[in-house]
Design a protein. Structure first.
Length: 98
């Protein structure tokens, strides 16, 4: 089913992608794996955009599909026990203008 979700996202079939993603999670599917599939699909959309096969409108629609799926996937991910592997520290150089 994850392959099907990937295809629906890449082919810009928003309603079907969201429907399949909901079915996957309701059937006990792993939210983390669904997130990975969505990321991979967005990577494929980006590659097609770079090749000139997709245009800005497809890039935006792909993002909207991803956002729609994440609305009901993120709460599931937050419910899962996640092992912390460390801390991330971000910083910038003071007064650096880029």
């Amino acid at each position: 089913m994850l392959d099907e979700i990937f295809q629906k996202i890449v082919e810009m079939e928003e309603e079907e992608a969201v429907k399949k993603a909901k079915e996957y999670l309701e059937g006990g599917g792993d939210a983390q794996k669904l997130l990975e599939v969505c990321r991979d699909a967005m990577g494929e959309i980006g590659s097609r955009f770079e090749k000139g096969e997709y245009f800005l409108s497809e890039l935006i629609l792909g993002g909207e599909i991803f956002k729609g799926i994440m609305e009901f996937t993120l709460p599931k991910i937050k419910q899962q026990d996640v092992q912390k592997v460390g801390k991330i520290v971000l910083g910038t150089v003071k007064e650096d203008v880029h």
